[in-house]
Design a binder for this molecule. Structure first.
Ligand SMILES: NC(=O)c1ccc[n+]([C@@H]2O[C@H](COP(=O)([O-])OP(=O)(O)OC[C@H]3O[C@@H](n4cnc5c(N)ncnc54)[C@H](O)[C@@H]3O)[C@@H](O)[C@H]2O)c1
Ligand SMILES: O=C(O)C[C@H](O)C(=O)O
Length: 329
């Protein structure tokens, strides 16, 4: 193996998602089967011992691609030289808690992490924020990293995207592989808009193939948008393996590109496309190539979709205003 290892920092490494994520990174699913990785794990001091236990297990897997593991309780050290930063560590929502309640609790984590990325990450750093409220946490981190291009800060809506693929495949009786151009618009929250009008099955609009507006409005959209809460209700804990899998998908697609004739969903900094205020970190249909993303342009947005997009983007603007008031951006 002659390639230079890629340094991947994972925060919240001792948590549920961390446990499901690290083994897949180390076995080559994040970046590719020929890309060696060095892991830097960040935890709070009380959880460092648990992270050490996970590191022992990673050693015991004897992954040929894994070239080292370092564990930190200090953000500045953890992001030193990092190429890929996975910001997972945060307080998860528990039963009955709204995501807005998390803004203050978790906002404080992402300011110092943004500063640490600014201070020491590699020039090509790519950041994925998973910890909720993911879009606004990404905005906080990005606003404290003035030397890093804003485009490098993204938040995860790939789990919502994958959930939408799964629900549609069941309804339409097709494989998820037959569905292209799925889009999640807006916030990773219950206001998100999973869009079937631009999604395609066999080259035709998925909404037209399904031809059931009642299902789309009363079943599909709420099932996808409230799936996080349904998992919490069922498991008594927030989604973990599916969230880790979506994080792997997000970074893999960002680095390795979207397929011809398809796109993905990523929450990225808005340039004003589709009426989303500039600067908000909102989910869009994006294509990726050579490690860069671009928002898909020119989609027609009908009245139904317009209303849904405006509602979720309105929530993002409210979250931005709330963290501004708290002095977090
Ligand atoms: N975007 C998504 O689609 C999505 C999906 C599922 C979960 N989540 C979110 O991911 C986050 C993690 O979920 P989980 O189930 O792994 O939670 P968890 O409680 O099992 O683990 C979180 C870990 O983060 C650590 N941590 C807390 N503050 C930290 C800090 N400042 N620096 C480093 N580590 C810190 C904790 O010690 C803990 O080990 C939550 O915010 C959850 O809501 C997002
Ligand atoms: O909604 C949550 O708090 C959990 C997570 O974001 C999810 O979508 O599963």
């Amino acid at each position: 193996m002659t390639r230079t290892p890629v340094t991947v920092t994972v925060t919240g490494a001792a948590g549920q998602i961390g446990y499901a994520l690290l083994f897949r990174i180390a076995s080559g699913h994040l970046l590719g089967a020929d890309v060696p990785v060095k892991l830097r794990l960040l935890e709070i001091p009380q959880a460092v011992k648990a992270a050490e236990g996970t590191a022992m297990e990673l050693d015991d897997c004897a992954f040929p691609l894994l070239q080292g593991i370092d564990i930190f309780d200090d953000a500045t050290a953890a992001f030193q030289g990092t190429n890929v930063a996975l910001l997972v560590g945060a307080r998860p929502r528990t039963k009955g808690m709204e995501r807005g309640d998390l803004l203050e609790a978790n906002g404080g984590i992402f300011k110092p992490q943004g500063e640490a990325i600014n201070a020491g990450a590699a020039d090509d750093v790519k950041v994925l924020v998973v910890g909720n409220p993911a879009n606004t946490n990404a905005l906080i981190a990005q606003s404290h990293a003035p030397d890093v291009p804003a485009a490098r800060f993204t938040a995860m809506t790939r789990l919502d995207h994958n959930r939408a693929l799964a629900q549609l495949s069941k309804k339409a009786g097709v494989s998820v592989a037959d569905i292209k151009k799925m889009t999640i618009w807006g916030n990773h929250s219950a206001t998100q808009y999973p869009d079937l009008f631009h999604a395609e099955i066999g080259g035709k609009s998925a909404a037209a193939v399904v031809n059931d507006q009642k299902w789309l409005e009363d079943d599909f959209i709420p099932t996808v948008a409230k799936r996080g809460a349904a998992i919490i209700e069922a498991r008594g804990a927030s989604s973990a393996a599916s969230a880790a899998s979506a994080a792997i998908d997000h970074v893999h697609t960002w680095v390795n590109g979207t397929a011809e004739g398809d796109w993905t969903s990523m929450a990225v900094v808005s340039d004003g496309s589709y009426g989303v205020p500039e600067g908000l970190i909102s989910s869009f249909p994006v294509t990726t190539k050579d490690g860069e993303w671009s928002i898909v342009q020119g989609l027609e947005i009908d009245e139904f979709s317009r209303g849904r997009i405006d509602a979720t983007v309105g929530e993002l603007a409210e979250e931005r205003d709330a963290v501004r008031k708290l002095g977090l951006i």
